[in-house]
Design a protein around this ligand. Structure first.
Ligand SMILES: NC(=O)c1ccc[n+]([C@@H]2O[C@H](COP(=O)([O-])OP(=O)(O)OC[C@H]3O[C@@H](n4cnc5c(N)ncnc54)[C@H](O)[C@@H]3O)[C@@H](O)[C@H]2O)c1
Length: 468
């Protein structure tokens, strides 16, 4: 088995950057180089302001950068000098052509594979870190073999899907529930490649938590994991709608069912909807693969998880409008939080985008504050709508004279605000729409707020405003 001393990773994003920083930290004997075609991204990785916000990441990068961790745009050079090459490029949903809106776009993956083939002069272990459709490894192997000028070069392909969650990436990488390595374990070379990668992880992950599988099982497991996680959120969100209709409390229902050890307590928080770059794209991809295999009913089952998420966002918008006497035209609505979850600045597929668009379509003026999301990112996400949006650097400014506040992200700081002070500077009646269930609703009602807490019994004021 080859002993790994040089690793590179193609793609310096939310996954490539933190995972490689962790490998460098835990394996000081391995030189790790992270490469990307984006010069600004690499410059940021080499600066004091990293391109992504992730608690604990700064410390890990600072401990290794310049020692055994390097960030560079020299993709070819890094490939040539590395024994093991991780590929962690983006695999978004296809926007045009066959499978448009569902299938994964493997353009970036294939382009990375072609560069690997062109630059490789000796044997390489290729590690799929990106989330890809089942049997991508097979296609990539063909691209590698047919584009490499030296027929003696051997490529061993592994699937090593990443299960980290943004916001907790460093703790997830430090102590993963498991590491999954898929390879051609049926042959000697495949098994040796799996062992080489397992040995890297064994520097800090207990051996019994390093799971090996065949390539296709590993690839499918990542899609399945995201589909199951998202399905739990859509299930509790479906319950939240029923709770509102019946007077039940979704937090109590979640607690009651979550204490059943067969169900468990995690991923049972009702919310305005899931976001992030992965859940929707991976479920659509999974459903598309089902369709391609003629499994229409299976595909429809998974599509409905995304459908429920869309319903939850539009239901939230409808509640805001109907509670505020069916008109929000020219009303200042403060949006606290824009990122798709707390402790990240990532806004990909954040529910705040769809909710924001829905509110603006009804004429609202949005006042957005997020502790980590910059104005240019909001302008990018809300293209064409900035005439109705003002971004603020403090929550206080966003809330001044607002008619309502919507909680879009569960940032801890929102819980510690002086809500009496906020009430005093808002228009009356002052509304709070808590899309994350993080505030103390009884306290807010005592202050005088009209409160809509998703999945909880509806305030009589809101019921009468809605004519119920
Ligand atoms: N973000 C997450 O939480 C998460 C978790 C698990 C898995 N994943 C998967 O990991 C993969 C990467 O996700 P991400 O969030 O890090 O994406 P990202 O968009 O943050 O980063 C991808 C990077 O790859 C670079 N890139 C694209 N093509 C390239 C090429 N040919 N050569 C060099 N660089 C290239 C891009 O410039 C970009 O910086 C995706 O497949 C995603 O589904 C993401």
């Amino acid at each position: 088995m080859v002993k790994i001393t040089t690793i590179c990773c193609i793609g310096a994003g939310y996954v490539g950057g933190p995972t490689m920083a962790m490998i460098a930290l835990k394996c000081p004997h391995i030189k790790v180089t992270v490469v990307d075609i984006s010069q600004p991204r690499i410059d940021a990785w080499n600066s004091d302001e990293l391109p992504i916000y992730e608690p604990g990441l700064d410390e890990v990068v600072k401990a290794c950068r310049g020692k055994n961790l390097f960030f560079s745009t020299d993709v070819a050079g890094a490939i040539r000098e590395s024994q093991m090459i991780f590929v962690s490029v983006n695999t978004p949903t296809k926007k045009t052509g066959l499978g448009s809106g569902k299938a994964a776009d493997l353009t970036y993956w294939e382009s990375a594979a072609r560069t690997i083939a062109a630059e490789s002069k000796d044997n390489k272990i290729i590690v799929e870190k990106s989330t890809v459709p089942v049997r991508t490894a097979e296609a990539i192997e063909k691209v590698l073999k047919r584009n490499c000028s030296d027929a003696s070069v051997q490529f061993d392909i592994l699937s090593n899907p990443e299960f980290l969650a943004e916001g907790t990436a460093i703790s997830d990488l430090t102590a993963p529930d498991r590491v999954l390595i898929g390879g051609k374990i049926e042959n000697e070379a495949g098994q040796a490649a799996v062992d080489a990668l397992a040995e890297v992880y064994a520097n800090w992950v207990p051996k019994n938590q390093i799971i090996t599988a065949n390539l296709w099982s590993a690839e499918l497991s990542k899609l399945a994991a995201n589909a199951f996680l998202a399905q739990r959120i859509s299930s509790i969100n479906a319950m939240s709608a029923l709770c509102e209709a019946t007077g039940a409390d979704v937090a109590q229902v979640a607690h009651s069912i979550g204490t059943d050890s067969r169900i468990g307590p995690k991923f049972l928080n009702a919310s305005v909807g899931f976001g992030g770059s992965c859940f929707q794209k991976d479920i659509l991809n999974l459903a598309y693969i089902c369709e391609c295999h003629g499994l229409k009913e299976v595909a429809d089952y998974w599509y409905s998880v995304v459908g429920m998420n869309d319903y939850q966002k539009s239901r939230f918008v409808r509640r805001v409008v109907s509670a505020m006497f069916n008109t929000i035209r020219n009303k200042k609505i403060a949006m606290l939080g824009f990122a798709f979850k707390k402790d990240t600045g990532d806004t990909r597929e954040t529910p705040a985008i769809d909710v924001g668009k829905g509110l603006i379509e009804d004429g609202a003026q949005l006042a957005i504050y997020d502790p980590q999301v910059k104005e240019d990112q909001i302008a990018y996400d809300m293209e064409g709508m900035m005439g109705n949006i003002t971004c603020y650097k403090t929550a206080k400014e966003a809330l001044q004279d607002a008619h309502a506040v919507t909680i879009m992200t569960e940032w801890d700081e929102f819980k510690s605000y002086d809500w009496k002070e906020i009430y005093d500077v808002m228009q009356k009646p002052a509304f709070v729409f808590d899309g994350r269930l993080i505030l103390d609703h009884d306290h807010l009602r005592e202050i005088g707020f009209i409160v809509y807490a998703l999945g909880k019994p509806i305030d009589p004021f809101i019921k009468s405003a809605e004519g119920a």
